[in-house]
Write a protein that binds this ligand. Structure first.
Ligand SMILES: Cc1cc2nc3c(=O)[nH]c(=O)nc-3n(C[C@H](O)[C@H](O)[C@H](O)COP(=O)(O)OP(=O)(O)OC[C@H]3O[C@@H](n4cnc5c(N)ncnc54)[C@H](O)[C@@H]3O)c2cc1C
Length: 418
């Protein structure tokens, strides 16, 4: 079958990999000049099934309220005259109950752990290099109050069988000795040794190159305008370079997917939630993390990627705008300065390689994987803040659905009618 994948981010490219492996003829279409040049470009680099879970959680409404009046808050709401924004927010708040959190967390854990196993197999099959690290992730709590919240996390982690260790300040230093130079105090941490790290952009580019050699056609600089619906099927993709045809189509366009799906009557609540990162080179003598530290105070993740260090975070609800507002990198750099002052000094007062990207967030957390009700149209969208973590598993699931096979995990909760 000829399958067209719309979008060459980590989600579209991994979809192309599994589809090709299943014997399909695959074409990937993207508006950019290469793979992973939008949200998959400079994320925090965490492959973190242990942490995978919805942002909509009990306590979140109160936090949002508090953050509205806080400088350097992890979440910034820029209200717009946009019903999509308000509808999304209302649905998000409705998902903050304990019951819905537990249900959504279970769904995300299911796909994230499966994805880790799929990534392992993909790495064995392809041998691609992407600064892959297996040193775990350390969640760092600065205050006793934050640390007390860790008890709640450990209950959930135990429930899902996720290996974890609660650490006092001494234990934290044993995991990440560079925190000995921190300018901020910390009360303790939670270490998830099985979580991993890696450069999502490097991974996607290397995978796309390999797929190109395996016969996948990449059509870059090609912008999808709309999908032509005829008699309950997609009859073609209208782009700025003409109409393209295939037997089946997979939408993997991140948060931009809503613009082509809406005219088909598929009104999915996926909102672009902007985040920022900075990336710098580090040398062997610098006091920086060995693996990855999640600063709970600012919700900034600081990750070692080979000879580089990346700090990423912030959730800004401001529509499709990817402009870099100074406040975003400033908060990210503040976390870096307080935890790893040497790395911050190396930034020389600037924000090296400052970047902004839009997380394709669903209000409940899990992505949309699979059928749409339109015979030959499938979805692989809405991975939010977990797209790198969930990419391989989601792509394998969608491929199985396209092939008419039963996916290896239960797909309850990943449909459009949930
Ligand atoms: C600051 C930040 C930190 C993050 N940290 C992590 C992390 O540590 N771990 C993790 O798992 N996830 C993380 N994420 C989330 C992760 O990066 C995303 O979920 C993931 O990259 C989404 O991939 P995607 O392929 O769906 O989207 P994208 O990478 O945006 O790909 C979509 C593609 O579709 C193309 N496209 C869009 N519209 C059109 C059109 N009209 N025509 C043609 N092509 C089109 C785009 O050019 C793009 O290439 C983070 C995100 C941010 C912003």
């Amino acid at each position: 079958m000829r399958v067209m994948v719309l979008g060459a981010g980590v989600i579209g490219t991994t979809s192309a990999y599994y589809l090709t492996k299943s014997g399909h003829e695959v074409e990937v279409v993207d508006r950019r000049s290469g793979p992973a040049l939008e949200t998959s470009f400079a994320n925090a680099g965490g492959i973190c099934p242990g942490f995978a879970g919805p942002w909509a959680a009990p306590g979140m409404p109160a936090n949002i309220l508090r953050w509205l009046f806080t400088r350097h808050a992890p979440l910034v709401l820029r209200p717009r005259l946009d019903p999509h924004q308000w509808r999304w927010l209302i649905r998000f708040l409705r998902n903050c109950s304990a019951e819905r959190f537990a249900r959504n967390k279970a769904r995300m854990q299911r796909i994230a752990h499966y994805s880790k196993a799929c990534l392992k197999e993909l790495c064995e099959d392809t041998g691609i290099a992407f600064d892959h690290g297996t040193g775990g992730v350390l969640q760092l709590f600065r205050t006793e109050k934050e640390f007390a919240g860790a008890a709640k996390s450990t209950r959930v982690l135990a429930e899902f069988g996720v290996m974890h260790r609660v650490l006092d300040a001494k234990g934290v230093l044993a995991v990440e000795p560079a925190l000995g130079a921190a300018a901020a105090d910390f009360a303790g941490g939670l270490h998830l040794p099985d979580d991993e790290t890696g450069d999502c952009h490097k991974f996607t580019v290397a995978l796309a190159e390999l797929l190109h050699r395996r016969g996948v056609v990449f059509k870059f600089n090609t912008s999808v305008k709309r999908l032509r619906l005829e008699r309950g099927r997609i009859a073609g993709v209208i782009t700025d370079r003409g109409t393209l045809h295939a037997d089946a189509y997979i939408v993997a366009m991140g948060s931009a997917a809503v613009h082509v799906l809406r005219p088909l009557g598929l009104n999915l609540p996926i909102y672009p939630v902007k985040g920022y990162s900075v990336t710098m080179d580090v040398d062997a003598n610098m006091a920086v993390p060995r693996s990855s530290v999640m600063d709970e105070h600012y919700k900034v993740m600081i990750t070692r990627l080979g000879t580089r260090l990346r700090a990423a975070g912030i959730a800004e609800l401001a529509g499709d705008d990817v402009s870099i507002r100074a406040s975003g990198p400033a908060t990210v750099l503040r976390s870096l300065r307080e935890l790893f002052p040497q790395a911050a000094l190396a930034c020389k007062g600037g924000a090296p390689n400052a970047w902004a990207g839009l997380r394709p967030m669903t209000p409940d957390g899990p992505p949309y994987l699979g059928a749409t009700g339109i015979a030959n149209l499938y979805l692989n969208v809405g991975q939010g803040s977990n797209g790198w973590t969930q990419a391989c598993g989601g792509a394998q699931v969608v491929t199985d659905i396209v092939c008419g096979r039963r996916p290896q995990i239960d797909v309850e909760g990943f449909g459009i009618n949930r």
